[in-house]
Design a protein around this ligand. Structure first.
Ligand code: NDP
Length: 328
């Protein structure tokens, strides 16, 4: 039988690492499973200007490297193996990862969210070959090229602005005539001479010659008119979806697939907590993810403490009321 740990944390983004810092300092000896993108979404951003404590912007990857080092400093262990399957009905909980079964008394799910794609066949075919959902990862490969960015939110504005460092021109294609992005990000994009906009339009096809992107077919959603724009690359910046596939059927998810939590980070299963973008469809900021990671670690600590004092095997489940009204 493998050893039973007190706490496993799934995901190493801002939520997972903050949970690890708190849990490690509380001597819960957490094990963090990195997930497919160690460091999470912030490793794919450039300058982070709104994380408190940094008067000057800090680069996303640098911020995550600091958080990781901080978690390691207090004894957090890391395993680079995304969880493939979980059994949350078993006690202890079972996590299948890297060919092993890991057992844990408490679990924090901080698996975050991933970039959404348009879902058209040509996009899937050309992903990584001129179609990308990560400007910071792939922008470098488009020096002097003509690009489009799809979307009207902060992600699209940020990606477009970043891509002008490399590209000769960037066209933002948005399905409405109003941007969803924050004012400051909109203004930055609008003021950039390399950026132009195509409104009320969907990308219906990505065109290529021998696997090299050459253009896109657009459809005006108001008039139905089709047009072709010649470009060399497509960046999709249309938001994110929560990484909750392995929890389907085990935990309640909302209609968009986010884990349903209550009283902070509690899921329906006592001992299983969720933090960060995997349970937050509203705020989705680095600082809110970190904040909920902290909450999850405190909730898990309290839960584990409750297990120690449980009078019998069947009461080794923390009651909701105990978390609702923790003692001071
Ligand atoms: P949003 O959900 O805010 O925006 C998604 C955009 O993509 C919308 O304009 C939406 O159109 C469009 N869209 C969605 N699906 C499709 C589709 N299938 N086809 C075409 N267009 C589509 O997501 P973001 O990722 O932009 O932002 C998420 C959160 O992260 C926000 O809170 C944002 O503020 C934050 N963020 C902050 C950053 C920063 O401060 N540096 C950087 C990036 C994100 P429509 O408007 O019509 O719905």
């Amino acid at each position: 039988m493998p050893e039973t740990r007190d706490l496993i944390i799934l995901g190493s983004g801002a939520a997972g690492l903050t949970a690890a810092i708190y849990a490690a300092r509380a001597e819960l000896h957490p094990l963090v499973l990195d997930g497919v993108q160690p460091g999470g979404q912030l490793t794919t951003t450039t300058e982070v200007e709104n994380y408190p404590g940094f008067r000057e912007a800090i680069m996303g990857p640098a911020l995550m490297a600091e958080m990781r080092a901080q978690a390691e400093r207090f004894g957090t262990e890391f395993l680079y193996a995304p969880a493939e399957r979980v059994n949350l009905r078993a006690r202890p909980f079972e996590i299948h990862a890297g060919g092993e079964v890991l057992l844990t008394r408490a679990l924090i799910i901080a698996t975050g969210a991933s970039a959404k794609l348009l879902g058209i066949p040509s996009e899937a075919k050309l992903l990584g070959h001129g179609v990308s959902a990560c400007a910071t990862c792939d922008g470098f490969f488009f020096k002097g090229k003509r690009l489009i960015v799809v979307g009207g939110g902060d992600t699209a504005m940020e990606e477009a602005t970043f891509l002008t460092k490399f590209a000769s021109s960037v066209v933002i294609v948005h399905r409405r005539d109003t941007l969803r992005a924050s004012k400051i990000m909109q203004e930055r994009a609008r003021a950039n001479p390399k950026i132009s906009f195509v409104w009320n339009s969907d990308v219906v096809e990505v065109l290529d010659t021998d696997g090299r992107v050459t253009g896109v077919n657009l459809k005006n959603v108001k008039t139905g008119a089709l047009s072709t724009v010649e470009i060399d690359g497509v960046f999709i910046g249309i938001g994110h979806q929560p990484n909750t596939k392995i929890f389907e059927g085990q935990l309640p998810l909302d209609l968009a697939g986010y884990i349903v939590t209550q009283h902070g980070t509690m899921t329906e299963i006592p001992g299983v907590f969720a933090a960060g973008d995997v349970q937050d469809r509203i705020y989705r900021q680095a600082v809110t993810a970190a904040g909920s990671g902290c909450m999850a670690a405190l909730d898990a600590e309290r839960y584990l403490e409750g297990l120690k004092h449980a009078p019998g095997p069947n009461t080794a489940v923390m009651r909701l009321e105990e978390l609702k009204a923790p003692s001071a």
